[in-house]
Design a protein around this ligand. Structure first.
Ligand SMILES: [Zn+2]
Ligand SMILES: [Zn+2]
Length: 232
């Protein structure tokens, strides 16, 4: 598993040029990846209209999520989809480390990071076994290294085996993921949960709800990628 961030000769996963790179994506391709245009909803990180005077989007006002904020960086554009697929289906775990590092730089510039620890969204053990790694786990480790905050993987487990949620509508996702997690350790008061991408927020909502029922006061979500325009 190559997670080193020291520059070395490697092929960019997007343009396939070989260059002296600190990451699996070259500088030119990194510039092509779309970042979320501010202002964004402070709860779910969905972009708001430019002239917006509110801090929350309509969806969060109607149905407030159980987490308290989301920090996201990239939009799920076609190029991003290409590298996410290389991570998920071709085993390029260096992508997870690249995403974690980029998100950590964003957090260092933009926000306070006073979490007791960060915890990757747990993967059901059977899924972990087939994929060989949990990308949220790798992203959390990259964040931890840059931000100097510990990772906790012992607080919660995934008890419900769920299929990929990509074809579900927003409401179906919320129903489907319900009761998927079990908290097995009393959580700290202020924690951050990490996922590789956020679509509707149903997964983060369910996990944050479980953590708050077990005693957490504030749960923030950290995700490198926000998928937009999900039909509700
Ligand atoms: Zn490139
Ligand atoms: Zn929102």
């Amino acid at each position: 598993m190559q997670l080193a961030t020291a520059p070395r000769w490697q092929r960019c996963l997007l343009c396939h040029q070989t260059a002296w790179l600190p990451h699996c994506v070259c500088r030119l391709c990194l510039q092509q990846l779309k970042t979320l245009p501010p202002p964004c909803c402070t709860l779910c990180a969905h972009p708001l209209p430019q002239d917006s005077t509110v801090t929350h989007c309509g969806a969060c006002i109607l149905n407030p999520p159980s987490f308290d904020s989301t920090i996201a960086l990239f939009e799920y554009c076609n190029l991003m989809k290409k590298i996410v697929n290389q991570m998920k289906f071709e085993g390029h775990c260096s992508v997870a480390y690249f995403l974690g590092e980029q998100l950590a730089l964003h957090i260092q510039h933009q926000c306070q990071s006073d979490w007791a620890y960060i915890m990757p969204v747990p993967l059901h053990t059977s899924r972990w076994r087939t994929r060989g790694f949990n990308q949220a786990h790798l992203i959390a480790h990259a964040l931890s290294k840059r931000l100097n905050i510990p990772v906790n993987t012992n607080c919660a487990i995934k008890i419900k085996k769920t299929a990929a949620l990509s074809r579900h509508t927003k409401n179906m996702r919320y129903q489907y993921i319900r009761s998927a997690f079990k908290v097995i350790q009393r959580p700290a008061q202020h924690v951050a949960i990490v996922d590789d991408l956020m679509t509707t927020g149903a997964t983060a909502h369910t996990l944050a709800q479980a953590l708050k029922s077990a005693g957490a006061h504030r749960v923030d979500v950290l995700t490198p990628i926000r998928v937009l325009n999900m039909v509700s």
